[in-house]
Design a protein around this ligand. Structure first.
Ligand code: COA
Length: 254
């Protein structure tokens, strides 16, 4: 298992722990995270959820081998279960971004309530360069957060950005020294032990309420195109280039 879960002081921690593959997420890992979020939702003793990675790496996003060999077939697949569980979580979710956060490593942050980023972190949403389209409602939420101009740099060009940029454009709360980010995020999560859970739940529903349906609808619309694009020759060229450690060549595509 490459997702470690542990509950301590009212906080369940979901630790992505596959450092040899830069914490790339497989279907089994999405499944484990979805199960943990669902269990937290039903457990009155859990007051908040903390998502974290390993020193230097939060996650390199979806496992590209999985994209090629086991692409998600329907909205019942594990990645969509994970997306829906995170969007639907009534418990506060805090992310400690311990390093690089690529693809869904960045887009999942859009659905967390608090995001703390290590000063070594680099974020990126390189979907287009992989022959894909944005996912996890990022096509909706990124332009909303930072405006169309900056969203185009991050979603169409796939430009990487720093933790400070993430704070400035509304994705993150604060940048912290690498050695402090997890402890700080944990302290924020533990503050919910001292707050009334019913008021937290109702307030989170009110804050997210008007957007939640639109977010789920956007996830579905993106998924249809994403699924088609995963099978496209453009995506195959990008994936093969990644494993062959070369630049992709899109010059032959119209
Ligand atoms: N899927 C599958 N394997 C991955 C992976 C991914 N998303 N990200 C990294 N790996 C693997 C590499 O293939 C390599 O495996 P190997 O040791 O068997 O060759 C190993 O993890 C180490 O990766 P490497 O690229 O050498 O590490 P790095 O420190 O130079 O770079 C990243 C780290 C995260 C910047 C880089 O790995 C990266 O860009 N990964 C892909 C990100 C991506 O495009 N994700 C999909 C978004 S939709």
């Amino acid at each position: 298992m490459t997702i470690r879960t542990a509950t301590l002081n009212g906080v369940i921690t979901l630790e992505i722990a596959r450092p040899e593959k830069k914490n790339a997420l497989t279907q089994a890992m999405y499944q484990a995270m979805a199960d943990a979020i669902d269990a937290a939702q039903a457990d009155a003793a859990v007051r908040a959820i903390l998502i974290t990675g390993q020193p230097g790496i939060f996650t390199s996003g979806n496992d590209i081998e999985d994209f090629m060999q086991r692409p998600p077939q329907s909205e019942d697949s594990a990645v969509f279960r994970f997306m829906k569980a995170l969007v639907g979580s009534d418990k506060p979710v805090v992310a400690a971004v311990t390093g690089a956060a690529v693809g869904i490593g960045t887009t999942l942050l859009l659905h967390c309530d608090f995001v703390y980023v290590s000063d070594e972190a680099r974020l990126a949403m390189p979907f287009v360069g992989l022959g894909l389209v944005p996912e996890f409602a990022s096509s909706l939420l990124v332009p909303q957060l930072m405006g169309g101009r900056r969203a185009a740099e991050k979603l169409l060009l796939g430009d990487p950005f720093t933790g400070s940029d993430a704070v400035e454009c509304g994705i993150a709360n604060a940048v912290l020294p690498a050695g402090e980010v997890v402890n700080h995020a944990r302290r924020v999560a533990e503050r919910f032990n001292g707050l009334p859970p019913g008021a937290v739940r109702d307030s989170k529903r009110l804050m997210r309420g008007p957007q939640r349906e639109l977010i789920l609808k956007t996830i579905t619309e993106e998924a249809q195109l994403f699924g088609q694009r995963l099978r496209s020759p453009e995506a195959m060229e990008a994936f093969q280039a990644f494993f062959q450690k070369r630049q992709p060549d899109f010059s032959k595509f119209a």
